[in-house]
Design a protein around this ligand. Structure first.
Ligand SMILES: C[S@@+](CC[C@H](N)C(=O)[O-])C[C@H]1O[C@@H](n2cnc3c(N)ncnc32)[C@H](O)[C@@H]1O
Length: 309
């Protein structure tokens, strides 16, 4: 299964029987779940009043997105899932059967996201699914997901340059369609990473989540480490009523701690910045030391200090 995915094949090639879907659930679902849960945590931080009553999990696979959504919003009452894979839909159903009522009673539709009727929902999720849509159909699928969305559209992709590029393309069309970007971007202007010259930092917007590996997970991957780091990219587009105070800046890479101080790579409404907080600025340094990759930054709380760019 991993060989097929790594070779560029999608789920249609990788998942042909129940054992393949189970292999995905053991080897990949912990990481895609963790990335999706991290994105939902960001929604809760940015938009605490958002309490979706319904979820559409588009390209649900074995259903990790539903579990992550119910963990974030236990009040979710209605769950729908669309996927072209009957094998994945069956596995999602059998896993969801032991879950909260909304998951156990979820409606599942086998269909192609390019054509199928998509049930409307307050929260529409596509996690690691756009990667499998042919590039020529990407904008149309994103538009269909946006049409089905009454509140928030959450897109989660692998944290690769290609995953970022897909989201960058979709971001432009969602903004043009009236979507407001809740995260990760602190602005709705052109993405400055599209032409990123900062040496020593990756040129694509992505984040990383560390997750525990349980025994089966370790065995399936023949891995010793009791954890793994999943790189992911994401985009949250909301209907206008849902967006509160604009984000100020986003920490785009792991902060670099060196003798002179902490260097933060930030995406701000004015573009990319490298911001160094010197050790001698004790209060500012204490704030900067607590910041992590992916954190959202309140500019007024950011100490004034040397700005390299
Ligand atoms: C890599 S899996 C991701 C599954 C799950 N969302 C997750 O995060 O673990 C991609 C999923 O998208 C589905 N998919 C790919 N192309 C699709 C299409 N055109 N229409 C419907 N589902 C599609 C696949 O069947 C598969 O379940």
């Amino acid at each position: 299964m991993s060989d097929t995915y790594r070779g560029g094949g999608g789920s249609a090639a990788a998942i042909t029987q129940e054992a393949d879907a189970l292999a995905y659930a053991v080897a990949r679902m912990p990481a895609t779940y963790a990335a999706t849960a991290a994105v939902f945590a960001e929604v809760q931080a940015r938009s605490p009043d958002f309490k979706p009553a319904s979820l559409l999990d588009a390209g649900c696979g074995p259903g990790g997105g539903g579990w992550a959504a119910l963990a974030a919003w236990p009040s979710l009452a209605k769950v729908s899932a669309v996927d072209e894979s009957a094998t994945f839909l069956d596995l999602a159903a059998s896993l969801w059967a032991s879950g909260p009522k909304a998951l156990a009673a979820a409606t599942r539709h086998r269909g192609d996201l390019r054509r199928a009727d998509l049930p409307r929902a307050d929260l529409v999720l596509a996690s690691y699914a756009l990667a499998e849509i042919p590039p020529a159909d990407l904008a149309a699928v994103a538009a269909r997901l946006w049409e089905a969305c009454d509140g928030l559209l959450a897109l989660v992709e692998p944290g690769t340059p290609a995953g970022f590029q897909r989201l960058a393309k979709v971001r432009t069309s969602l903004i043009a369609a009236g979507g407001r970007i809740l995260a990760p971007c602190p602005h709705e202007g052109a993405c400055p990473l599209a032409e990123d010259p900062t040496p020593g930092f990756p040129g694509w917007c992505h984040f990383s989540i560390r997750l525990p590996r349980r025994r089966d997970h370790r065995l399936a991957k023949a891995a010793d480490a009791p954890f793994e780091d999943e790189p992911f990219a994401y985009l949250l587009a909301a209907r206008p009523g849902l967006v509160g105070a604009a984000a100020q800046a986003r920490v785009l890479a792991r902060p670099q701690v060196a003798k002179p101080g902490v260097t933060l790579r930030l995406c701000t409404p004015a573009g990319l910045e490298l911001h160094t907080v010197p050790r001698r600025d004790k209060a500012g340094y204490a704030v900067a030391r607590r910041l992590g990759w992916g954190d959202n930054l309140d500019r007024p709380r950011l100490p004034a200090s040397s700005r390299d760019r």
